[in-house]
Ligand binder design. Sequence first.
Ligand SMILES: [Zn+2]
Length: 470
Amino acid sequence: MIKKIILKFVLILTAGHAFAQTGGRSLVRVELGDYHGDMKKIQARSLDVAGVDLSKKQVDLIVDSSELKWLKTAGYRPVVVSVERFSAGPDSRYQNPEKVEAALKQFAALHPNLAQVKSIGKSLQGRDIWAIRMTQNVKVEDPSKPHVFFNAMHHAREVMTSEIGLDIVETLLGQYGKDPTITRWLNSYVVDVVPMFNVDGNQLVWSQDSMWRKNARGGYGVDINRNYPYAWNSCRGSSGSRYAQDYRGEGAASEPETQVMMNYVRSIRPVMSVSYHSYSEIVIYPYGCEGQRTETREVVEKIGKELASKLKKDDGRGTYTAGTAPELLYSVDGGDIDWLYAVAQVIPFVIEVNAVSQGFQPNYSRWRDQTVEAQRAGWKYILGRMDGSSLYGQIKDPQGRSVQQAKIRIRSADGVFSQELRVNPDGFFNVILNPGLYRVQIEATGYSSEPQVIKLGDLRTPFEPVLKKL
Ligand SMILES: [Zn+2]
């Protein structure tokens, strides 16, 4: 019994030490002479990269005194932006887990035919992670409606992101029946939003440390966005050190939050997704490891660049920049978008909202409304892209029954582009493509279709393949 008590006491002390270490840090800004080379060195030293200003080739770092010393001896000239104790809590008007749950439940109560709220699973500390599903006649399951997914706050300190998640919900539900475009989107698609994913981490932001990023594992925390199993720990895009801000965890998908997200994505099978982060004013598409491009980069990167072009910067000068993580920042492995793309067949993006001058926790009165309003152009573009060039339909056998393990093979007439997709078990598919001429063929257990040439324009195009028994 005494042993148990002592052990508990030691554990508390250890956890306390981890949090205590976070005192005495500074936010510093460093100009980089060789942006990519310097970012690699900074990453190898496991420094906490808060954000970047691409146009100025500047990086913001949160460092303790020994890291600050290292920066100076390594020849960087860090400018201290603020020396803060980073005590608990940003502006109290930002969200917390209880407020998000209450807000979502209230939205669903006000719009019972349009919105449904559910807990998609529990965090490490047993908190519910809430999602809202929005579509016309939400209580009737309609597998023909494709899903679009928005999530926010993988990283706890990025408090503006949950404001955006809730604004998506509020705008869609509030404008349904008034704005014809939004009405059509909710009639045609299902929009799923998880406004606050890292609920335990957010609780720590309020109770311990406003700069807390990871989940609540152990007192040190795991970076959930380095814990996804695709290419986990594969390209120095994460850290194996528990106290690093990008600690990848003990194993691939070791964290309950990662598992919850993966199960949820498998259940909704979104066509596209956005994960909201802050800050840097960039749009990131897969892959996170250097030199690796998506098989369908013509489609993915075009959408990413168009998405970035819709997002105005905080200073009103120009728009966001799009690229892969190694192009814009540094290598990332175990990030959500790589798993979403490679395993879950989603076209996924990360948006890092706000500029360096706003940081992780912008002045609420000055920036909250402006940021969520500026972000509307982005998520509306994603929903609008669902209406654009794409193929959709349902694959059935000649008797109208569903077939097993159907695959759809798409090749552009010039042979440059090719894609193979697993069709949903219920036979439905929705493939986003660029306009053009394609050769499309279906294969399934015991069945196949003749290759068919399809001319795809700017619109969503139905495709009814005829299957023959092999
Ligand atoms: Zn983040």
